[in-house]
Design a protein around this ligand. Structure first.
Ligand code: SF4
Length: 131
């Protein structure tokens, strides 16, 4: 899965400074810093299924419960599930939110890959799950 987070996989542009933040603002999955490091992701980039009010599919989603039927059909969710199995669950996510001493992503880290090679790496990682 490398360094992929949901906004990379979905190319949604709804992360801070992203091209689509003027539509609804910044997606709550990118600002949930308590989730930083969950499944080696940034913010809730690997726990977006458990964050209420995300902007997936270009619409403001409801509670984590309301979103479940959409998230389980999501190709990103399926890729995470195939890689992390039972570590990807609402229980584990909520446990992680309350965990002390978490790895915090450096503030100046880019939200999306800058270099062509890094973008290609992400596309390849994604393709790997769509075989
Ligand atoms: S949860 Fe938010 S940041 Fe993640 S892909 Fe969906 S819209 Fe983008």
């Amino acid at each position: 899965m490398g360094t992929l987070n949901c906004w990379n996989w979905k190319n949604c542009g709804r992360y801070p400074g992203g091209p689509k933040v003027n539509e609804f603002g910044v997606c709550p999955a990118t600002t949930e810093t308590q989730a930083d490091g969950f499944l080696n992701g940034r913010a809730a980039g690997r726990g977006c299924a458990y964050v209420a009010g995300t902007f997936c599919g270009g619409k403001i989603q409801g509670s984590a419960q309301d979103k479940t039927h959409d998230c389980i059909k999501c190709d990103y969710y399926k890729a995470l599930k195939s890689e992390f199995g039972s570590a990807l669950s609402a229980i584990q996510f909520n446990k992680y939110l309350n965990k002390p001493n978490k790895k915090i992503t450096k503030k100046n880290q880019r939200w999306v890959a800058a270099s062509k090679s890094a973008r290609q790496t992400m596309i390849a990682a994604k393709a790997n799950y769509n075989k």
